[in-house]
Design a binder for this molecule. Structure first.
Ligand SMILES: *[C@@H]1O[C@H](CO)[C@@H](O)[C@H](O)[C@H]1NC(C)=O
Length: 314
């Protein structure tokens, strides 16, 4: 339009992680191990919950949904990162980038909404224990899950379509290990004000609103415990909410630091490390947080894998 040579580019280069060449193999092994742990850990949780009928309660069905979304979320970025660490020219086609953006937002957001459903479930369990089974009916659980899928589909689609309208000309080097929207917008050669505005408002809404809902549920839980303080009530609340609360902080901590405190230093290294936190570490830790101290999950492990009453498998 402006008489410029607007050759549209067909692929991007992903600069990857700021790792020195001599450490490349060490980090490759580390990330491969983390990814395998994520996949196996989450698959184990999904399998256990599916096979053991004792775990067919809203809390565990949501947990299994969370594991599914964690598994997919890390599979959006990790295999590509591992592949790029081994290749000379770490490139990704234009369409691949858009697909990555779509699924990154989709599964990131899905986990976010499942966490809200889990907080609501704990709120009902602790504040209305007598009505728990009638309120958290299978129908309501399914509706919450379906609603999460619908909302995240629209959210991811909105950003992906807006991204598809941005044109890129010369600069195709993304200083990141996946197609991060804000890193890509900095390379655009068309106007990106609309994109930035939509990202700011919508991502803010989709992040802050669920987080507030979780905070409100916990505020109500805490206030209901302190209304009738009893050692047993407090212990019960901590044992059921503790793991959920750690997952919530693991998920929101890095994301909030990244999006709500746009770095004063504008350092891409800090951004990359923070992104590693929630794309690699959080999905990997979730299964362990839920299973390590959890008697139900351990019982299920025993029931599912030791049905034949092998002597050393008590
Ligand atoms: C997700 O939750 C719904 C509703 O509780 C349940 O029916 C479904 O089996 C769960 N899906 C997975 C993959 O765990």
């Amino acid at each position: 339009i402006m008489g410029k040579n607007q050759t549209l580019i067909s692929e991007f280069l992903l600069l990857g992680l700021p790792i020195q060449p001599q450490h490349q193999n060490l980090f490759y092994a580390l990330f491969l191990a983390m990814y395998l742990t994520t996949v196996l850990g989450n698959l184990l949780i999904i399998t256990l919950i599916c096979l053991d009928s004792h775990l067919h309660t809203p809390m565990y069905l949501f947990l299994s949904n969370l594991s599914f979304s964690d598994l997919c979320f890390s599979s959006v970025t990790m295999p590509k990162l591992l592949q790029n660490m081994q290749s000379q020219v770490p490139s990704i086609p234009y369409a691949g980038c858009l697909i990555q953006i779509y699924f990154f937002l989709f599964f990131g957001d899905l986990g976010n909404f499942i966490l809200v459903a889990m907080a609501y479930d704990r709120y009902v369990a602790i504040c209305f224990p007598l009505h728990y089974t009638t309120i958290m009916s299978p129908k309501l659980c399914l509706s919450l899950v379906v609603l999460s899928w619908v909302l995240t589909t629209f959210h991811a689609l909105l950003h992906t379509l807006l991204m598809a309208k941005v044109s890129f000309c010369v600069d195709n080097v993304i200083p990141h290990f996946f197609c991060d929207m804000s890193a890509m917008l900095k390379l655009a050669c068309s106007d990106t004000h609309v994109n930035e505005l939509v990202i700011f408002i919508v991502v803010g809404l989709f992040l802050v609103f669920p987080f507030l809902l979780i905070l409100v549920s916990y505020a109500k839980i805490v206030s209901s415990i302190f209304k009738v303080p009893s050692a047993r009530g407090i212990r019960k609340a901590f044992s059921t909410c503790g793991s959920h609360l750690s997952v919530v902080s693991l998920f929101y901590g890095p994301v909030i630091i990244l999006y709500l405190c746009p770095s004063a230093s504008n350092s891409t290294v800090k951004d990359t490390v923070m992104s590693l936190m929630y794309t690699v570490v959080t999905p990997m830790l979730n299964p362990f947080i839920y299973s390590l101290r959890n008697r139900d999950m351990k019982g299920a492990l025993g029931r599912v894998f030791c049905q034949k009453k092998i002597p050393f498998c008590v």
